[in-house]
Each structure stands twice: as C-alpha cells, then as structure tokens.
Write a protein that binds this ligand. Structure first.
Ligand code: KE4
Length: 427
C-alpha cells in the first residue's frame, strides 16, 4: 500500500493541529506508523487519500452501525439540512428521537440531548450531585467516560481509593471527589462506600469497551445496584458505546439490573455529534429550566443530527433481527481470529456482545483493567499494522473495541480471517 498522501497530510495537519488530530487515539500512538487520512466511506469500506480501501471494523468508534453513506441516513440528513442547519429553538425532531429512546429504555423516563458522550456523562454527574446533595463519585479503573475533569483521574497510591489527576490541568481538588474501584470487584466498591459517605453516584460502562471489550458479570451488577440503594447513591450506566450496539436496548437489554441514569451517544447520532443523558423522571426534573441544576448547549438537539439519529434508530427498531445477524458475524470473526491464533500458538482471548467484539493478546481471560494491561501490546501493534497493510482497519489500540456494521458480510469476514491466519503466522 502507498501512503504518500497520508504522510503529506499528516505533516500538514501537525503544523496547525496538536498531534495532527482532533482526538488523540487517531494518531496511532500505540500502534505506530502514519494514520491513514480518510477521503470517504463506502458501505463497509473506508477509502484513504491514497486510494487504499479498508474493511472498516471501527465505524467512527461505534456510531455507524449501518456502515458508511447508508442511503436512509444520508437522505434524512440531506432533506433536513435543506430546511436549515440549526435554529437554537425547539424542533419536533428532538421530541421524536426522545420518544424513540424513552420507548426503548425502561430506565429512561425523560432524556436530554447534548453534543457528545463527554457532555452527556459530565451533565449526568452534575445532575446526580445536584439530586443527592453529595459531591463524590465512583468510577472504575479502565472505564472511560469522556474527558471532563472529574473523570480524568487515576487510582491514588497504594490502597487509597481516592482519585488523583491523570492529566495536567485537572485540579487535585476535583480529582479527590472521584473514587476508583476495580471492575467486576464488588469489594473494591464497598471500600469506596466505607471511605466516603458522600457518594452521589457510581458510573460504570455495563459492558466496558475502553479497556478492550470486558463485560461486567451479572452478579457484580446486581451487587452494585444493591450497594447504591443501601447508601443512597445513584447508579449511572454509561452506554455511550454499548447503547444500540450490544442490543437494541444496549447492555440493559442483556441484564435485569436497572440504573437510575443512563448516558447514550454514537449510534443515536448516526455519525453526527449527539450525546444524551436520561433516567428517572424525578431525577431529570432537577434539570434547568424545570429545576435548579444548570445544563445547556447551543447545538444540543441539532435538527440535522436528530434526523440522522432517528434514521438509524428507526431502521434498527424496524428490523430487530439485525442484532442476531450482527452478533453471529461478530462471533464468526472472533472465532476465526481465535483459530488463526491457536494455529500459531499465540494466546488470544476473544469476546462478543451484540455487534461489539474484542480480542486480547493475552493468555488469561480479561476481567478488569489490570488483566487487560497484561496483554501483549507489541504483538497487538504488529497485528494491527499488518492487517491495515492488507486492507483491514481495526481499532488502533489493544484497549479499544471493534464493531460489525450491517454492510460487513460473511465473505468479508472470511477474507479477514484468511489474512489473519497469514499475519498471525508472521507474528
Ligand atoms: P465522546 O465525548 O468521545 O463523544 O464520548 C466519550 C465517551 C463516553 N463514554 C463511553 C463509554 C465512550 O466510549 C466514550 C468515547 N469512546 C471513545 C472510543 N473508545 C471515543 C474515541 C475517541 O476518543 O476519539
């Protein structure tokens, strides 16, 4: 593959954009090499500025469940854009998308739209703090909830559960209100509740997708629910990634545990900038202008973005069997990767949840972030680069999740597996 134009584009970008990218993971820092600059998408494919075509297993990190340039989504965007791009005033499109979400998520009685997953989680946490009158929150090591200050924290030293900043610019006074627990470890959550009587909410990805794919154990979620009830803390499911990806009703559709608040994003925007937070009506009633908790946004509920999200959600609702097909294809892919690894004595852990898939170059099952960190990231980087050079675009980090879109068919998956066998042989 030739990458002349991407290399040039990257140099130009770095002159005016920090790191040449508008989101750090796109710089390929953990896999090396020049990130392909994309010219266009075509169904299952990405096409870069050098004309190289890739089967896209990232789909903009989850939003594009129908692949690129889906005709239904595209038509909705064009038709809506022709009526105006933004009004800063209410439109019925916002109500329509809110009604779709409320009708699907039992735990969401009311919902508000924002412009990103970060904004959704940041706002939901402020709402939880406002509703409970408490300042502390609990998050899990390895879970990512966007880049708002309270969530850019890491575990303090030793057994200390209180957070310390993991980025310059986050005041220690903010970070100390965030307590860290270990995913799938209820005792570490109990330790947080022993360390603080001021916990407003526990925020969790019920299917973690930002340390690689690591689902929460059902029993763990049940115990988490009980602990929150016991201590008067709210349970916030961050389903920005798993919502409409793990099932039509996200991770909630796969467990009987119901959260108090939910955040959504990605698929509900159809590729346009949309996030959302919602939950129990009594909690959402605290939000301005009804209640005292302030939250706002110039482009929140943007009509073009709403139209794109509606076009995706309505297609999904109209044909729920899509999820069985996506899950079967995800399973076909990871089973193929596993057989390729086994044939070359390479330890590989694989997992699937709906249209989400993950694989770790690791000889043990991955249940939390410490396990994930034991993965062979060098081997992952070699695999990623070799597959990219053969036209297969996987997430550019061991600590990310892959996705299947409706445009990725079995022949494409089998082609991917054939190439993986050759690549694994050279690892
Ligand atoms: P955004 O602000 O990036 O729209 O959403 C933040 C967010 C919140 N919650 C979860 C569970 C998420 O996965 C995300 C964002 N996901 C990453 C992909 N792992 C976005 C990719 C990027 O940072 O460029």
């Amino acid at each position: 593959m030739k990458h002349t134009r991407s290399i040039e584009a990257y140099e130009e970008a770095k002159k005016v954009i920090p790191g040449g990218v508008d989101s750090p993971v796109r710089a390929f820092g953990s896999v090396g090499g020049t990130p392909p600059f994309i010219d266009c998408g075509e169904g299952a494919y990405l096409v870069d500025v050098d004309g190289n075509r890739y089967i896209d297993y990232v789909q903009s990190w989850g939003p594009l469940i129908f692949g690129h340039c889906d005709p239904t989504v595209e038509a909705a965007v064009i038709e809506t854009a022709r009526k105006g791009l933004s009004f800063g005033a209410p439109t019925v499109l916002e109500t329509e998308l809110a009604e779709e979400i409320v009708s699907l998520f039992e735990s969401i009685e009311k919902v508000r739209f924002v412009n990103s997953g970060t904004e959704a989680v940041m706002s939901a946490i402020r709402l939880a703090r406002g509703y409970t009158g408490k300042d502390d929150i609990v998050k899990f090591k390895g879970c990512y909830h966007g880049h708002s200050d309270s969530l850019l924290v890491q575990a303090g030293s030793g057994a200390v559960t209180f957070g310390s900043p993991n980025s310059p610019g986050v005041p220690a006074d903010f970070a100390k209100h965030t307590l860290l627990a270990d995913y799938n470890d209820i005792n570490s959550v109990k330790a947080c509740f022993e360390a603080s009587s001021e916990i407003a909410c526990v925020v969790i990805e019920p299917i973690a997708g930002n340390m690689g794919l690591v689902p929460a154990d059902e029993e763990f979620l049940r115990e988490l629910r009980a602990l929150c009830d016991e201590h008067g803390a709210l349970l916030l499911f961050d389903e920005v990634m798993s919502g409409f990806r793990a099932s039509l009703t996200g991770a909630q559709g796969l467990t009987d545990v119901k959260p108090d608040l939910v955040t959504l994003g990605k698929v509900i925007g159809g590729g346009m900038p949309v996030g959302a937070f919602g939950g129990r009506a009594d909690i959402m009633a605290m939000l301005s202008p009804e209640g005292p908790v302030y939250q706002a946004g110039t482009l929140s509920g943007n009509p073009v973005a709403m139209a794109a999200g509606l076009a995706q959600i309505r297609q999904l609702k109209a044909d729920v069997a899509i999820y069985d097909i996506l899950q079967m294809r995800a399973q076909r892919l990871v089973d193929g990767l596993k057989s390729a690894a086994d044939a070359n004595d390479i330890p590989l852990q694989v997992d699937v949840r709906g249209s989400m898939f993950g694989f770790f170059f690791n000889d043990k099952p991955v249940k939390n972030f410490d396990d994930a960190l034991n993965s062979d990231t060098d081997r992952f980087a070699k695999f990623h680069r070799a597959m990219l050079d053969r036209g297969f675009y996987f997430a550019c980090s061991q600590f990310e999740t892959g996705f299947i879109s409706t445009k990725i068919n079995e022949a494409m998956i089998d082609e991917t597996i054939r190439n993986a066998h050759e690549v694994m042989g050279a690892l």
